[in-house]
Design a protein. Structure first.
Length: 116
């Protein structure tokens, strides 16, 4: 991996490094592109509003989720393109130094161009 990728990946991984934050992100990912209001996330995961707010802020900072204000509600949705980019960065490193490559081991993402 190069330094640019490392600089991008470190905060992304750090944001998912907290078990509750990872749980929140996984839940939001499963909701699809319509997302959910913060209150619905809090109720579903049984998390207090201030605790959820703190973790949503960290996920926003790492660009894993995006908020959208709709009236008095804030809807949170996963940034699926960010997930795709994250996976591409890792897959492109799969067997990168192997003389023959290993696409079957790494799957279809291997050697795919990334856009950052």
């Amino acid at each position: 991996m190069n330094a640019t990728n490392d600089d991008q990946l470190a905060p992304m991984l750090a944001a998912l490094g907290h078990p509750l934050r990872l749980r929140i992100f996984q839940f939001v990912m499963r909701q699809g592109p319509d997302g959910l209001p913060a209150g619905a996330i809090a109720r579903a995961l049984e998390i207090g509003a201030s605790n959820l707010s703190f973790h949503l802020k960290e996920l926003r900072r790492a660009e894993w989720i995006e908020p959208e204000r709709r009236g008095q509600q804030v809807i949170y949705r996963a940034r699926y393109e960010r997930v795709e980019n994250f996976l591409d960065i890792f897959q492109n490193q799969c067997c990168a130094d192997a003389p023959t490559g290993c696409t079957p081991v790494c799957g279809s993402r291997a050697n795919k161009e990334t856009t950052t």
